[in-house]
Design a protein around this ligand. Sequence first.
Ligand code: SAM
Length: 207
Amino acid sequence: MSKAEQYARKAAGWSDAEYADATAYLSHRADLIATLGVPLAPNDEVLDLACGDGGLGAFLLERGLRYRGVDAEPAMIDAARRRLGGRAPVDEGDLNDYAPPAPVAATTVFRAIYYARDRAAFFARVATFTETKLVFDLNPRQYRLEDVVADLRAAGFSRVVLRPFFVPQTQRLPGPLVALAKAAERSGPLARLALRARFTYLVAAAR
Ligand SMILES: C[S@@+](CC[C@H](N)C(=O)[O-])C[C@H]1O[C@@H](n2cnc3c(N)ncnc32)[C@H](O)[C@@H]1O
């Protein structure tokens, strides 16, 4: 079965199946989108490329931001439209050539940066319609950070901030442990040690 077919089959209920504690995970992601690096302002629009079922959308909307989802898979788009219920637009598009109808404050790409055919060209395209920052997650065991930061700088995103993201995807933690995981993200060398084995960075790249 192709990857696209797998996504189509999993589209309904994607976020609830993929995240052991979708609220803890996606609300923390939304907090960092709003605050990491250059902060977003109320009513700023976030363009979420490869949005899946748009599970992130509600958490950005409740922070006073606007949301626009984009995905290549029609079943994911249907799921996102149903989930968001008209509170945000969802477009069909390939992140390699999609452009929003008007510039956005922030563009996000989660668990999908590997779908960019040419990463440097992708960052450069995103820079043409992104006014404040690009935010995405990055597995440092899969990509060399220096290479990614160099591509961001070449695209005009000169201020790059990396934050370890330690709320687990596949494990539901009790509330106090979620708080501890978030505190550990700021632990410097210890956090970098943990990233050698597990977890990802959240990257915020601003102009
Ligand atoms: C691993 S899921 C991530 C979904 C969501 N961003 C999340 O973090 O839960 C990858 C998503 O990328 C979409 N996708 C794959 N290739 C794409 C492309 N070239 N352009 C846009 N979306 C794509 C898939 O349909 C799927 O919804």
